[in-house]
Design a protein around this ligand. Structure first.
Ligand SMILES: Cc1ncc(COP(=O)(O)O)c(CNCCCC(=O)O)c1O
Length: 453
């Protein structure tokens, strides 16, 4: 058990309990949702229309006074907990000193400290550089810019089930059409898609998945693109929005080796997997992958908008002065939050905490799969866990059942998210500071929802 020696997250007055005082969503949330519908386009979706007033540890509290168990972390963002004490403390001081200068105009030390830390803690002991942007998509866009600039090559290779953002290039890199790409084209040129080593769905079975998927990827590159034309391969060490797919063991090393042998920049997109989420500081560490560039965001700053591009110095330094930037990149509040996150991860051993969460969740979900044949696959690492729901006895995705189970969980005060190319994955991303009793209670709610669905 990894002890947590910080005050209860979200402040001392935030009880770590599930408490339902109305139906979910309650009347105040329903009223606010009506206003949201009148003011915000429906294109901005809502997983659970409860309007949050406070959050911390393993709970979110809504406008009706309900306290819900959080298995979402705002989509893998509040790894250190919502309103984490050290984040609050640093941001509170910073906001009273200065809120923005634009680092390209007049710099400030916290930006440099964040970059120094990322250069040190990301995989690999080579000379690195980091620059800061605002979102995961912006980080991925910039990783591709740097790779193209450094190599002088145009092509980018991505994978089935990949997700990289909602900007034009990152939409192009993303696999799933609906809702991310539909009617937003034409898309960016010179992007090529390869098969992902998806063990649960590999046609010839798990054993041959890594070797065959790598061989097909390399063959696609050789025949359709030409390795000498490829600037970068962009891949998530665990596919996030695509359904928490751990590539078959050995696949990532084979792809990384091919990149190395052909002067292709290997970009690890760790926007969702980074910062202790998977039981390593970065998911690349699981198979000893040292990426040429790593993109990070989400868990980096405890909820403040921040993202980073960290990579080999020779690649990033090759860009001409002024070639990288943006108004808000590395905002001082977000940088202070990031420094608080780095400290919290280390001081609270949140890597160990993520492993403990996985050690609690995986056995219970595997036992559930024994009882419920609709649970086709249980997978994930650390506190990035998922179940894939199928028609019993088949691998046929069951998105309707998935939505039904999620709805039941929500009604019982457990905030869960879905994912997957086929919409049939329930994913679990609890804050790494969630107390064990809430984790266990959430699992009980989930098990009941699956069994009774
Ligand atoms: C691996 C990976 N790369 C890039 C991104 C993009 O990060 P941004 O900060 O959302 O731009 C993500 C964001 N994933 C959540 C998207 C939520 C939604 O928009 O519906 C990711 O997971």
């Amino acid at each position: 058990m990894t002890a947590l020696n910080v005050p209860p997250h979200g402040g001392p007055d935030l009880p770590q309990e599930r408490r339902l005082v109305t139906e979910i969503p309650g009347p105040r949330s329903r009223e606010m949702f009506a206003r949201k519908q009148a003011a915000v386009p429906p294109g901005v979706g809502t997983t659970l229309p409860v309007f949050v007033t406070k959050a911390g540890g393993g709970v979110v509290v809504d406008a009706d006074g309900n306290s819900l168990i959080d298995f979402g972390s705002g989509i893998a963002v509040t790894n250190v907990g919502n309103a984490a004490p050290r984040v609050v403390e640093r941001v509170r001081k910073q906001v009273a000193d200065f809120t923005h200068t634009c680092f390209m105009v007049t710099p400030y030390e916290s930006y440099v400290r964040v970059c120094e830390t990322l250069n040190r803690i990301t995989p690999g002991d080579h000379d690195k550089r980091t620059f800061l942007v605002n979102s995961g998509a912006e980080a991925v866009e910039n990783a591709v810019k740097v790779a193209r600039h450094a190599t002088g090559r145009p092509a980018v290779v991505v994978f089935d089930h990949g997700y990289h953002g909602r900007t034009l290039l990152t939409m192009t890199l993303t696999a799933k059409n609906m809702p991310y790409k539909h009617r937003f084209g034409p898309f960016a040129p010179e992007v090529y898609r390869a098969p992902l080593a998806y063990p649960f769905r590999w046609p010839t079975g798990r054993e041959r998945c890594a070797e065959e998927a790598a061989a097909q990827t390399i063959d696609m590159i050789d025949k359709q693109v030409g390795a000498e034309n490829v600037a970068a391969v962009v891949i998530e060490p665990i596919a996030g929005e695509g359904g928490f797919i751990e590539p078959a063991p050995g696949f990532l090393p084979k792809i990384a080796e091919f990149c190395r042998a052909n002067g292709i920049v290997f970009v690890a997109d760790e926007v969702q997997t980074g910062f202790a989420r998977t039981g390593h500081l970065f998911a690349c560490e699981h198979e000893g992958i040292v990426p040429d560039i790593i993109t990070t965001a989400k868990g980096i700053a405890g909820g403040l908008p921040l993202a980073a591009v960290t990579g080999r110095a020779e690649l990033l330094d090759a860009v001409h002065p002024g070639g990288l930037g943006g108004t808000y990149g590395g905002n001082p509040l977000a940088c202070e939050a990031a420094l608080a996150v780095f400290e919290t991860i280390e001081r609270e051993d949140l890597v160990g905490r993520a492993r403990r969460i996985g050690s609690i969740m995986l056995p219970r979900l595997r036992a559930l799969a024994e009882r419920a044949p609709a649970v086709g696959d249980v997978r994930g690492r650390g506190a990035m866990i998922a179940i894939e729901l199928v028609r019993p006895g088949t691998t046929e995705p069951d998105p309707a059942l998935t939505a039904q189970v999620a709805k039941r969980c929500h009604a019982e005060g457990l905030l869960v998210l879905t994912a997957g190319t086929y919409g049939n994955v329930l994913r679990f991303l609890p804050p790494l500071v969630i107390p064990d009793h809430l984790l266990e209670e959430g699992l009980t709610i989930l098990e009941k929802a699956v069994i009774e669905a």
